[in-house]
Structure formats: structure tokens, C-alpha cells
Write a protein that binds this ligand. Structure first.
Ligand code: GRF
Length: 201
């Protein structure tokens, strides 16, 4: 059984979707070993506790990044995680963190990268006028929203969309995409050629 470590900062809907997919067997061969938040009062942490999962708040406020990250690294190691999933974790990881888990950290971003990295990706997409948007699950490297892409799912942008309606349509796809990407990575049946994530047949 592979062990997942989830990092979040807020609402936690992607975490919940992963937990639900594990419970229903749609995502198999893994379990959630620990849920960590840099905000002790994150909604996602409350959900994790309700489900009887190990939930840890490691407050970032007022602390140096390296020191805060070191504590999270220790926690992830203590829980012997195989794969780390950033699920709305709103803090940049230090290079030390990324290097501690090479090709072992995934993130989900609400745009079709490399378009619209950073904050408010859905609003950026609307303002740019794209007609397709979506989400990307990618490995985390030392640059923001940049690592190798594991999986993307696209949605149509309608003329009537605002940030709220577009975000909701993308989020629905996020909840499918993240578990699929985790399954692919955990299978080990892939190789990375350049920046391409190729499934081994
Ligand atoms: C999602 O839109 C995700 O793509 C982005 O942060 C948001 C987190 O939402 N990285 P939730 O906390 O999983 O509901």
C-alpha cells in the first residue's frame, strides 16, 4: 500500500475528492498517511479529522521558509509517505523541500499550463479571452507551476462565464484529474523523456 501525504491551506475539496476516490476504490493501492496544513484552522484539516485521518497543522506565520519546510519534511518522513500531493497548498516550497522528494511531489493548478501560472489562474484565463481552460496535474520542481505535466483536463469557456462559474467547471475536472494522475504515478508505468510524461505500454 502506497502512502500519500497531502498538503493544503484551505477548503480542501481536492483532498476530499482523493479521499472519496480511495474510499470508493476508484483510486486503489494507496492510503492517506497524513494531511498537513500551514494553517491550523484550514477547513481541509477539519475534514481530515472528521474522517479520522492524521491531520497536522504546522503554522507558517512568522517563521522562515526553510525552518517551516524542515518541520514538514520531518513530518512527511515520520509518516513514511511515498507521494506528496499539494492540494491548494498556498506556499512556495523551498528548493530543499523539492530536492528532499525528487519526482515525488505533485501539484494541481487550475489552468492549462504553461498558460496562466500563479494566482487567480481562472480570472487570468477569462481576461485573456481563451475559449478553453482546464486544470493541470504536474510534478513540482523549483519553479512555480512548472514541472513535468502528468495530466490535463480541458473545459469550454462560455461567453456567459464569470470567475465563479468557470472556476466551478474547472474544479469538477480537478476532482477527477488528481486521482487519475496519482494512480498513473503510483503505477510506476511511465517514463519522463525531456518534459514528456509517457505511459509505458
Ligand atoms: C484548486 O483550484 C487548485 O487547483 C489550486 O487551489 C485550489 C484548491 O482548492 N491549486 P481546494 O482547497 O482543493 O478546494
Amino acid at each position: 500500500m502506497k502512502r500519500l501525504g497531502i498538503l493544503l491551506s484551505g477548503r480542501g475539496s481536492n483532498f476530499l475528492a482523493i479521499a472519496n476516490n480511495i474510499a470508493s476504490g476508484r483510486l486503489s493501492g494507496c492510503e492517506i498517511a497524513v494531511v498537513i496544513s500551514n494553517k491550523a484552522d484550514a477547513q481541509g484539516i477539519a475534514y481530515a479529522r472528521e474522517r479520522g485521518l492524521n491531520a497536522v497543522g504546522i503554522e507558517a506565520r512568522g517563521r522562515k521558509r526553510a525552518e517551516h519546510d524542515a518541520e514538514i519534511i520531518t513530518c512527511l518522513r515520520e509518516h513514511e509517505v511515498d507521494l506528496i500531493c499539494l492540494a491548494g497548498y498556498m506556499r512556495l516550497l523551498s528548493p530543499e523541500f523539492v530536492q528532499a522528494f525528487p519526482q515525488r511531489i505533485l501539484n494541481i493548478h487550475p489552468s492549462l499550463l504553461p498558460a496562466f501560472p500563479g494566482l487567480d489562474a481562472q480570472q487570468q484565463a477569462l481576461e485573456y479571452g481563451v475559449q478553453f481552460a482546464g486544470c493541470t496535474v504536474h510534478f513540482v520542481d523549483e519553479q512555480l507551476d512548472h514541472g513535468v505535466i502528468v495530466l490535463q483536463r480541458a473545459v469550454v469557456v462560455y461567453e456567459s462565464d464569470d470567475e465563479h462559474t468557470l472556476s466551478a467547471r474547472i474544479l469538477e475536472q480537478e476532482h477527477i484529474a488528481y486521482s487519475e494522475a496519482i494512480q498513473r504515478v503510483l503505477s510506476g508505468e511511465y517514463e519522463i523523456v525531456g518534459r514528456r510524461f509517457l505511459t509505458r505500454r
